[in-house]
Write a new protein. Structure first.
Length: 331
């Protein structure tokens, strides 16, 4: 098995492979108009749903809900597209939610590497997109997110241009790999021996959560995040006491909404009164997918370098495995 560093380094190849899988998915034609979309997935399998829902916000003709629970929303029905994303195929919350969606008559599409979800797809006749097994879920975001993008374009939730954006991503990441790695290294050095605090405009919350989760799992550190403008209505007031242990990263988009850019600058002016440790991580690229993936790849590298600085094994998740074992004994 590869280590996490190797998987991050091989990310462009993963994107190339993921696009081939998506183009060969063979999804059935759209039979009737959708009323809504539900994406069910947790952790490394679910973060792609959060990111693609944000990309779809300005395009989708129907509401998109990301569900990270055992229960399917009550509004699910025959005109619901239900996407179950579980890398292992055995995520108990996603399995239960998928069964509920099926009972409600939703059209179910599954993204998995195998497990019980693949078996259910075969039993029920669900469309099932298989991605390669053998990874940790958080190491194969490219596989799951590219399938979601393809599904969204197929069902008219995103415009076809997103397939074009997707096609150029592997080359974009590869051509900028050294820069993203170096930026990740500098970010890791900035965050070492700190409590990381991540702030971003709301349309970048998905990639911000991704960075938080990577810091949690790979570097074994606590971290928190919030979004602008919402944090301007609450958390900003909490900045009252000097604390040099807080290292604040403002995740920005140079083409973001101008009022949010002004809010971000105001927040920087407040934060720097209470901690000397603040920096910006700015998205780069010429289209929405390039911007999102520039942040994802830089953040993934940062988490790897942080794990090395902290002297921890990025692969180890014993506490999660123990929890799953405990729940397995619960009847």
């Amino acid at each position: 098995m590869s280590d996490m560093r190797t998987w991050v380094a091989e990310f462009p190849q993963q994107l190339t492979d993921a696009e081939k899988i998506s183009r060969n998915a063979g999804l059935r034609p759209v039979q009737e108009p959708l009323k809504n979309v539900i994406i069910s997935g947790l952790g490394g399998s679910g973060i792609g749903g959060t990111i693609v829902s944000e990309l779809a916000k300005m395009h989708s003709p129907v509401p998109v809900t990301v569900n990270k629970d055992y229960f399917c929303p009550a509004f699910a029905g025959p005109q619901t597209l239900f996407i179950a994303s579980s890398y292992s195929g055995n995520t108990e919350e996603t399995l239960q939610c998928t069964e509920e969606a099926y009972r409600k008559g939703a059209r179910v599409v599954i993204i998995t590497s195998g497990g019980r979800l693949q078996e259910i797809a075969a039993e029920k006749g669900f469309e099932c997109i298989l991605v390669p097994a053998g990874y940790h879920p958080r190491a194969c975001l490219g596989y799951s997110l590219f399938q979601l993008l393809g599904i969204f374009v197929h069902f008219g939730i995103l415009p076809p241009v997103f397939n074009e954006y997707r096609s150029g991503l592997a080359a974009f990441i590869s051509n900028n790999a050294a820069a993203f790695s170096e930026q990740g290294r500098r970010l890791a050095e900035f965050l070492q021996n700190s409590i990381p605090v991540l702030y971003a405009e709301s349309h970048l919350e998905g990639v911000t959560i991704r960075l938080r989760q990577q810091i949690n799992e790979n570097a074994k550190m606590l971290c928190w995040h919030h979004v602008i403008p919402e944090m301007n209505h609450n958390e900003l007031v909490g900045w009252r006491n000097a604390n040099a242990n807080l290292a604040v990263v403002f995740i920005t988009d140079p083409d973001g909404y101008y009022r949010n850019r002004e809010r971000t600058q105001y927040c920087i002016n407040v934060v720097k009164k209470y901690t000397p440790r603040y920096t910006e991580l700015t998205a780069v690229g010429t289209n929405p997918l390039q911007k999102v993936f520039s942040l994802i790849h830089t953040g993934d590298w940062a988490s790897i370098f942080l794990s090395e600085i902290n002297g921890v094994d990025a692969m180890e998740i014993d506490v999660i495995r123990t929890l799953k074992s405990t729940l397995a004994d619960l009847k």
